[in-house]
Design a protein around this ligand. Structure first.
Ligand code: 13P
Length: 253
């Protein structure tokens, strides 16, 4: 089937960079003109407005790494979808394994956040992934299917194509241990199958599925060649413009 998807290379800065460091990296990234694929930079909340300003006119999307599922009100310490769009955010990472592991995010919470993001026109980048223990027990497929189904519960056929999924095996995040292109392709294909069984083949062919986990300037091209891998969610390698821009270049295919 014809590939209807444009690759997306998204940087997840996590909790890195001070204000001056962030401005310097954003300024380096603003040299990007007409990138060969879609590009997004998900900075800490504090820097989103600056990112949107510095990157305006480059075509690079700006995003957050989390958000609240509630609209507004007494939710101390939270940030809403309306607040994100008001400072220029285009997208938001939802359900990253670090948030699930350290901040108790649940599948139901992830589902609620996706719905809120969609209702505000923010593109959700929804993370799923298995632990090393799950992989070694042979339950990767079951776990990922359940995560995807719960995340997408109640999302309409019209909205599903606005969702991006990121497959991030937990054992590959920040470890330097990347999934092989075959391992990553197998799970990204499985995710597409889950979406196809629920929304039909045509919709599933329009949903972008990224790989994340120690993706870098050296291994990106091989991973991005795989038919079901539609881009990357990049942690460590998004913190240096030279590395990140090499991965963006590898997205040209
Ligand atoms: P690393 O690229 O540092 O392994 O992080 C991946 C990730 O968690 C992106 O969201």
């Amino acid at each position: 089937m014809e590939n209807k998807r444009k690759k997306l290379i998204a940087g997840n800065w996590k909790m890195n960079k001070t204000y001056d460091e962030a401005k310097a990296l954003l300024t380096e990234l603003s040299a990007v003109k007409n990138p060969p694929c879609d590009v997004a930079v998900c900075t800490p909340f504090l820097f989103i407005k600056e990112a949107a300003e510095i990157l305006s006119g480059t075509g690079v999307l700006v995003g957050a790494q989390n958000m609240c599922d509630k609209e507004s009100g007494a939710y101390t310490g939270e940030v809403s979808a309306a607040q994100l769009t008001s400072v220029g955010a285009d997208c938001v990472i939802i359900g990253h394994s670090e948030r699930r592991a350290y901040y108790g995010e649940t599948d139901a919470g992830v589902n609620a956040k996706i719905k809120t993001a969609l209702s505000h026109g923010l593109m959700p980048i929804v993370c799923v992934g298995e632990s090393l223990e799950m992989r070694e027990s042979g339950i990767t497929g079951e776990h990922i299917s359940i995560q995807v189904k719960l995340a997408l519960s109640g999302i309409s056929k019209e909205d599903i194509t606005k969702v991006t999924i990121a497959y991030e095996p937990i054992w590959a995040i920040g470890t330097g241990k990347t999934a092989t292109p075959e391992e990553a392709e197998e799970v990204c294909g499985l995710i597409r199958g889950v979406i196809s069984s629920r929304y039909g083949a045509d919709a599933s062919e329009r949903v972008r599925i990224l790989y994340g986990g120690s993706m870098n300037a050296k291994n990106a091209a091989e991973l991005l060649k795989k038919p079901d891998i539609d881009g990357g969610l990049i942690g460590g390698a998004s913190l240096k413009s030279a590395d990140f821009l090499k991965i963006v270049e590898a997205g040209k295919q």
